[in-house]
Design a protein around this ligand. Sequence first.
Ligand SMILES: *[C@@H]1O[C@H](CO)[C@@H](O)[C@H](O)[C@H]1NC(C)=O
Ligand SMILES: *[C@@H]1O[C@H](CO)[C@@H](O)[C@H](O)[C@H]1NC(C)=O
Length: 311
Amino acid sequence: MIATAIVIASCVLGHTAAAATSPEQVILSNNVDHGQVGRANATPGVLNPSDKLDLALGKAIKQGTELRILCAGDSITLGTLSDTAGGDGNGYRLQLRDDLSKDKVTFAGTVTTGGTMSDGYFAGWPGKTIEYISDEIEPSLRQRPNMILLHAGTNDMNPNGAISTEGNDPHGAVARLGALIDQMIKACPDAVILVAMIIDTCEPAQWPATREFQSLIPDAVQRRLDDGHHVLAANFTSFPTSQLRDCIHPTNQGYHLMGDYWSDFIAQVPRDWIQAPVGPNPDRPSGSGNTGINKTLLMVLAALAVLGMCS
Ligand SMILES: *[C@@H]1O[C@H](CO)[C@@H](O)[C@H](O)[C@H]1NC(C)=O
Ligand SMILES: *[C@@H]1O[C@H](CO)[C@@H](O)[C@H](O)[C@H]1NC(C)=O
């Protein structure tokens, strides 16, 4: 009885798995290479959002290449307050995944919170500065993401020194950001690193420093780009402050908009920069993967398939 149930289950699951990797689907997601660095008349090394934020929709970013994405930063990466007012608690990350529905996406990172995603992993620490992120991010980098989305420096710009623990001078902050980028390049030399010119704030005391910090980022990125590294600035400065809940964190709709920005930026990365992720996907606790099927169960299914029980 139980054996029969397992065989039936494995046949159903086996067919589902086969369908997901059928050649037909690969052809359907045939990729149009519109990757380019920046847009006409823009600063090289800076990605700007497209008019409709829709460049990633409906087709794989790079056919046949899995995206192992590390979302890195602070509370805006975690999705703080996205669990209020009927929100799902996933910040921008679920919208990003939805926009990349034609890609196989795995989220790298050692941190997870109470959002509704079964694979809601990232490397983000609420209320923390770039320096703190640098101190904590190494285990996440060891998971070898091939795409890193860094949105950091908001807390460094906070006028309250208890939060901006290294001081809120924009020049100092961008130097620390550069060091964090270098740390990422060293740990993940094959990864594409997109560095946010962070979203605006409507907090009057935080606004001037934020503006200056944003403006210094392209130069820090350009120097790494000139050295041959796959780093680009992602210009979030047009993100409307009307989409902020508390002048720092986006509203639920604002987080979705952030997801759209990120996917649109990813779609502008030169395709030959995007390499298959190095090594296996991160090992997750049982039941936390995006299918919920653990390795043991997969091995049983594979054994059954070999035995020809599905034919
Ligand atoms: C970033 O976006 C803003 C707002 O759209 C724009 O004015 C600015 O020129 C952009 N910066 C760069 C370096 O492309
Ligand atoms: C995998 O799933 C099976 C069945 O649900 C369970 O008995 C087993 O403990 C799980 N193994 C691991 C490594 O999580």
